[in-house]
Write a protein that binds this ligand. Structure first.
Ligand code: ATP
Length: 607
């Protein structure tokens, strides 16, 4: 697997830095203060060693001044205590800042999610949204609570140490720098050219493995039922093998280099190096033996501080990608919601010269003109990918049109408040959405003030009342807990909800496409109640279900290529008649005695 797109690593870094700065902006001034505390704490960590060196110097004189020695020891202890206070105070404070920041961020994200177009959600799985809200916000913990403080500590302490050692003996200080410089060379080999691409490929393999794992687990029953466990296993196995080979090829040389780097900064290696150089200098009479002491005491710690910086790098990288994703979400354009506005009640829908493309991609709909009148059913048909769902979703304002406009009772949908739009335009989609909560709560989403009698009436009409009262707690049963509904039952519950909403306009995505025959019959009856006297737009995937609709609109590659009553289009010799013939052949092949006369009173066909 290759990284699909080559991105300029500098550009990625620039964008990550900008994203980090934007995400951290609300806490940056407080983090600066906490960092200052850590900087002072790091200086306080070095100072006692310097004082101990002075103590050693004093003790090595012919007649040590004990008052001076004890004063130095007590001052060193005092500074150590101050260091402890400052360090723990800064870490505690940065964690408090982090928890407040996470709270604000999560609230902000929840608000943002309530304003992004509904289409944003159809493009993502609930797992993706959870990852943003939970994992990505969690990943920022290192960035806020640790990263800056660690970097400040890791820079201040060695710099202060090195500055002091330079004053003591600049030649030995340079010797101390040798392993650090060599480690820098090794690190640059590890992080060398192509590192960003390899990281992208690594992430692509990780995604591939998790996708095939889900596929494998989801399909395991079917695959085993057909006695081919190896087949379902293969894609997963291939992904795991591919990931393993890539990982080995990438990481083996890195591990070797890391081993070498670690050895270079090993305190024993540094000690041996410093002592060898010091012995040479002392023997040559170029250095006072006492001056070796600070190098032994202080110099050895330099390596471990540099290594500690490297260990935080992985957490920092995760935090960077997380802040990038969060920043991208914050930049997602929001639907502009008018302050007030009319609430359409009649339900005349017009698409006027509507064109649309997803983001910067190619246009998906071209110059569509369409009128949907109250009391009529319009079926949208066309080959897969022709733009049926997109057209229907524009009416639901999952996205805003690129050109033209869509009106309901003469009002542009962009001028309607979301609540007014969804009180006028209802929808039942294939992908039934029931929220966590009781059956009653799910129904009341459509009309919070609805009475018990209303609930029962719509549930009876949707052929689901009997099933609900059979549930352990009836209407109070919790969806997914004691209300375990089949796909068809969930679909009928969503139809009951749409009935309760009582909107003049209704969009139906073929609601029975995946239902079993028994559910399909019940859903047909439920839909018959639903469509009466409304303006109905149906996305029809199965043509035998739409023979009696009022109008068929045929889409091909985003263009309306035909429209009119189904009977007329069947004999017109155009795309519809070809699709119809194909549908007939398919039905004959599977020996399906499918219904042929659904009409406004038996409208499953439309759905
Ligand atoms: P089907 O019958 O298979 O459901 P459709 O006629 O409903 O197809 P649409 O789902 O509207 O077609 O898709 C129309 C075109 O828009 C397709 O080329 C599809 O790949 C593209 N498309 C759909 N959704 C998105 C999206 N969220 N982002 C980018 N392109 C999209």
């Amino acid at each position: 697997m290759q990284a699909t797109e080559r991105t300029d690593p500098r550009d990625v870094k620039r964008r990550q830095r900008a994203a980090q700065a934007a995400v951290l902006q609300p806490v940056s001034s407080r983090l600066r203060l906490a960092s200052a505390m850590v900087a002072v704490a790091s200086l306080c960590a070095v100072a006692p060693f310097i004082l101990v060196v002075e103590v050693c110097r004093e003790l090595l004189t012919a007649s040590p001044d004990w008052t001076k020695v004890w004063t130095l020891v007590f001052v060193a202890l005092g500074i150590l205590g101050l260091r402890g206070l400052l360090q723990s105070g800064a870490v505690l404070w940065s964690h408090l800042i982090d928890s407040e920041h996470q709270d604000t961020l999560r609230r902000g994200l929840a608000e943002k999610l309530s304003r992004v177009p509904l289409g944003w959600f159809t493009e993502r799985s609930s797992g993706d949204v959870k990852k943003l809200l939970r994992n990505d916000v969690d990943a920022l913990h290192y960035l806020v609570a640790h990263a800056r403080l660690d970097v400040v500590a890791a820079l201040t302490a060695p710099l202060a140490t090195f500055g002091y050692l330079l004053v003591v003996d600049w030649r030995l200080s340079l010797v101390l720098l040798v392993p650090v410089a060599l480690y820098g060379v090794v690190l640059s080999r590890i992080m060398g050219p192509g590192h960003t691409d390899r990281m992208t490929t690594y992430e692509a393999w990780q995604t591939r493995v998790s996708e095939t794992t889900i596929e494998f687990v989801d399909g395991i029953q079917v695959v085993r039922a057909f006695g081919q466990p190896r087949k379902g296993h293969r894609r997963y196995q291939d992904a795991v093998d591919g990931y393993g080979s890539f990982f080995r090829a990438w990481v083996t040389p890195i591990t070797r280099l890391e081993g070498i780097g670690g050895q270079l900064l090993n305190p024993v290696v540094v000690l041996v190096l410093v002592l060898l150089a010091a012995l040479g200098l002392v023997e040559a009479g170029a250095m006072d033996p006492v001056s070796v002491v600070p190098f032994v005491l202080l110099g050895l710690g330099v390596g471990s501080i540099v290594l500690a910086l490297g260990y935080g790098a992985q957490a920092l990288r995760q935090a960077s990608t997380a802040s990038m994703r969060l920043w991208e979400l914050s930049q997602t354009p929001e639907l502009v919601e008018p302050e007030g506005g009319p609430r359409p009640r009649v339900g005349v829908v017009r698409f006027e010269s509507v064109s649309f493309g997803y983001r910067a991609g190619r246009p998906v709909l071209h110059d569509v003109d369409l009128e949907l009148r109250p009391g009529t059913i319009t079926a949208l048909v066309g080959p897969s990918g022709s733009g049926k769902s997109t057209l229907a979703r524009l009416l639901l304002r999952f996205y805003d049109v690129t050109e033209g406009r869509i009106t309901v009772d003469g009002h542009d949908v962009r001028d309607l408040r979301a609540t007014d739009l969804y009180r006028s335009v209802g929808f039942v989609l294939q992908d039934v959405q029931l929220v966590a909560g009781s059956v009653r709560e799910n129904l009341l989403l459509a009309r919070p003030g609805a009475s018990e009698a209303d609930l029962e009436r719509v549930c009876r009409a949707a052929q689901i009342h009997e099933r609900i009262v059979d549930l352990p707690r009836g209407y109070d049963s919790e969806v997914g807990q004691d209300a375990r509904l089949s796909g068809g039952e969930a679909q009928r519950l969503s139809i009951a909800r749409a009935l309760l909403a009582d909107t003049p306009v209704l969009v139906l995505d073929e609601a029975t496409a995946f239902a079993d025959p028994e559910s399909e019959a019940a859903i047909q009856d439920a839909l018959a109640a639903l469509v009466a006297d409304r303006t109905v737009l149906v996305i029809a995937h199965r043509l035998h279900t739409i023979v009696d609709v009022d109008q068929v609109v045929v889409l091909d590659d985003g263009h309306v290529v035909e429209h009119g009553p189904p009977a007329a289009l069947r004999s017109a010799g155009g795309l519809f008649s070809r699709l119809w013939a194909a549908n007939e052949r398919a039905l004959a092949d599977i020996g399906d005695d499918a219904p042929t006369t659904p009409g406004p009173t038996n409208p499953e066909g439309h759905a």
